[in-house]
Design a protein around this ligand. Structure first.
Ligand code: URA
Length: 243
């Protein structure tokens, strides 16, 4: 017990050592959670629509399709699909690999221990899932036993993410972990080699970092994560300044 408390305290101190606090206030963008779509027909913050070819796409349409999706085997064991959560005009879109057990229970992304740690990362650079970010995943249903999503599952699911990105138009994308970083950067390297550069996805800058679960398991990644977060914030500020 004592050892665990000391360990937790040490971890907090370590984070503050690397953390450079930013003085920005989170702007007030309207939050959206899937609960909003089950209790009301529209997400909070209005609708987001996009015309591609002759068809008008909308956020509600994507969510409904994700909720009913049976395109791959992951649908068989899900309790809930996890379309994503956040604001509909995000500064940053965070992309992980796929829901875990707690996310499957709640229908929300990054709500377990890794999610709480991710929130801390975002808050450290004045970002927040309820005011200026959107958080989603490569696959929208939980891979059993938290295994990596398989290529056929990613292939079937990726169209939802592409449509979400096209509608939400985040200023910057942050991918966490090897799976999401590879899919979005289009490269095959591990995080150690991928991080430190800014990639582009459909013209949107992409910053890559470790998955919060990996950092919870191995604290030696912390300095690298803080560097990546600072790089993300710098890129975002450059973009905001030009707006
Ligand atoms: N890990 C992920 O990659 N996504 C989640 O939603 C939760 C944990």
């Amino acid at each position: 017990m004592m050892k665990k408390t000391l360990n937790d305290l040490w971890n907090v101190l370590e984070d503050y050592r690397h953390l450079v606090s930013y003085g920005y206030k989170c702007d007030n963008r309207e939050p959206y959670t899937p609960a909003a779509i089950t209790t009301a027909s529209k997400p909070q913050g209005g609708t987001v629509e996009c015309v591609s070819g002759n068809e008008t796409d909308s956020f509600e349409k994507i969510v409904k399709e994700i909720m009913q999706c049976r395109k791959c085997k992951l649908c068989g064991q899900r309790k809930n699909s996890v379309p994503g959560t956040g604001v509909l005009n995000p500064l940053v879109m965070v992309i992980g690999e796929g829901p875990g057990a707690e996310e499957d229970n709640q229908g929300l992304p990054f709500v377990g221990a890794a999610g709480q740690y991710l929130d801390k990362w975002l808050n450290a650079i004045s970002l927040d899932r309820t005011t200026n970010c959107f958080i989603g995943n490569i696959v929208k249903c939980r891979p059993p036993g938290n295994r990596d999503p398989q290529p056929d599952e990613t292939e079937q699911c990726i169209a939802y993410l592409k449509r979400q990105i096209a509608l939400l138009k985040p200023k910057v994308i942050l991918t966490v972990g090897r799976i999401a970083s590879r899919v979005i950067s289009g490269r095959e390297d591990g995080i150690g080699r991928l991080r430190g550069s800014i990639y582009s996805y459909e013209g949107i800058p992409v910053v890559v970092t470790y998955h919060p679960s990996a950092v919870l398991r191995d604290s030696s990644h912390r300095p690298a994560v803080w560097e990546d977060l600072k790089m993300l914030r710098k890129k975002l500020d450059e973009i905001i300044e030009c707006m």
